[in-house]
Design a protein around this ligand. Structure first.
Ligand code: AMP
Length: 209
């Protein structure tokens, strides 16, 4: 299975991508996570990417296309993969086609902007291992530290309310046209994000059958 998860930042595509990855036993590849790791370790790509991510802007196409090209050559992708957060622009989708990748399904998770802004304020991330939590929907056991490694949880720089509004504007302008792009291929399935994560998961897994 080769699956793309589409959706506005904060629509819950990352969580659903991880659950689907476990269900189908294939890797979930998050360009956002790869970029955050590069920023943390201070690589050249990370330093360049930070200029964009900190403002809520997208990293240039050629950078993320390069990341995906390299990642898809890894052995764990042999039986399929889930793309979480890529493609995010039409040129990125075209680049994926040009790589000869045949996608089985594109899951588009829809959540209204107003709900997203409220939801994003509850997101917490582990700066040490990258695990993600949500104060309401996926709380860590203590509320303040990571269940996996014990580090103190933080709010991602780009989850701050003012940056979220910029990220949503970017989503509507350059990412949302991908719905049309994949609708035309007959691969698009839309899932309406529910209040309860488990309900969204049930709809997502049903859409992937
Ligand atoms: P995410 O964790 O998927 O929300 O990604 C965090 C940030 O990484 C985004 O706000 C972008 O700045 C950058 N990013 C992730 N994926 C892409 C992509 N496919 N194209 C451009 N920028 C990306």
């Amino acid at each position: 299975m080769k699956i793309i998860f589409l959706g506005a930042p904060g629509a819950g595509k990352g969580t659903q991508a991880e659950i689907a990855a476990e269900t189908f036993n294939i890797p979930a590849i998050s360009t956002g996570a790869i970029i955050r790791e590069a920023i943390k370790t201070g690589t050249e790509m990370g330093t360049k990417a930070k200029e964009f991510t900190s403002k809520g802007a997208l990293v240039p196409d050629e950078v993320v296309i390069g990341i995906i090209k390299e990642r898809l050559t890894k052995d764990d992708c042999a039986n399929g993969f889930i793309l979480d957060g890529f493609p995010r622009t039409v040129p990125q989708a075209e680049a994926l086609d040009a790589m000869g990748v045949t996608i089985d399904k594109v899951v588009n998770i829809e959540v209204p902007d107003e709900k997203i802004v409220t939801r994003m304020s509850g997101r917490r991330a582990c700066p040490a291992c990258g695990a993600t939590f949500h104060t309401e929907y996926k709380p860590s056991k203590t509320g303040e530290t990571c269940d996996k490694c014990g580090a103190a949880l933080t709010i991602r720089e780009d989850d701050k309310p003012e940056v979220v509004l910029d990220r949503l504007a970017t989503y509507h302008e350059v990412t949302e046209p991908l719905k049309d792009y994949y609708e035309k291929t007959g691969k698009l399935v839309t899932v309406i994000g529910q209040e309860e994560v488990a309900d969204t998961t049930a709809l997502t897994l049903a859409a992937l059958k």
